[in-house]
Design a protein around this ligand. Structure first.
Ligand SMILES: CC(C)(COP(=O)(O)OP(=O)(O)OC[C@H]1O[C@@H](n2cnc3c(N)ncnc32)[C@H](O)[C@@H]1OP(=O)(O)O)[C@@H](O)C(=O)NCCC(=O)NCCS
Length: 164
């Protein structure tokens, strides 16, 4: 099975919408919101895609969206998920590392995010990846659940070797 990471385009809207429905139980983006994210100049969405094979069609296994603000050194991880059937195999960590790299490439010095206070798996992953708790946000989600705002300083990545 080959899984590749690539930037999403408008062609991914239907698949992204299906993934959103499967991966989140509440506070989901609808098609219009996803379309907006895919076409927004200051947003960048990356997808993990299982490439099609003879016996199985291609499929999106995860995605993450970064938001950038003009003049701000802080990028925001706006959405991030892995399909339930593909969880626990390291894809989430891999996708998050790539998103951090992408934010760094766009000049961000920090990456911020919000996470449900009861989302143990995501909180654990973010903490192990070096995010620290920044602020408690009461009743942040539509069901009244609180959120932790978290932030990570992005260190300069390795220099990219010039192609000879
Ligand atoms: C959070 C999420 C993206 C993690 O994706 P994943 O592909 O399962 O992540 P990984 O396999 O890379 O595992 C990441 C870490 O979580 C741990 N983990 C994964 N599933 C776990 C589970 N069910 N229970 C406990 N720990 C778990 C792994 O051991 C791993 O630990 P490590 O950092 O020490 O290596 C995924 O669970 C998800 O999509 N959840 C629903 C959407 C969501 O909550 N998004 C975040 C919104 S802020």
């Amino acid at each position: 099975m080959t899984i590749r990471l690539r930037q999403a385009s408008g062609h991914d809207l239907d698949a992204l919408h299906r993934l959103e429905q499967s991966a989140f139980t509440g506070d989901r983006f609808n098609r219009r919101q996803l379309w907006h994210l895919l076409n927004r100049a200051h947003a960048e969405t990356w997808v993990l895609e299982r490439e099609p094979e003879a016996d199985a069609p291609g499929r999106l296994l995860g995605y993450g969206t970064l938001l950038f603000r003009h003049g701000s050194a802080r990028a925001r991880l706006y959405s991030f998920c892995v399909h339930p059937e593909a969880r626990g195999t390291g894809l989430g960590r891999q996708l998050l590392e790539s998103l951090e790299g992408s934010a760094r490439t766009r000049g961000a010095a920090r990456l911020g995010l919000e996470v449900r206070a009861d989302n143990r798996v995501a909180l654990g992953l973010y903490r192990r990846m070096g995010f620290r708790l920044e602020r408690w946000l009461e009743e942040y989600y539509e069901d009244g659940c609180a959120a932790w705002q978290m932030v990570k300083a992005l260190e300069a990545g390795p220099a990219v070797a010039a192609a000879s």
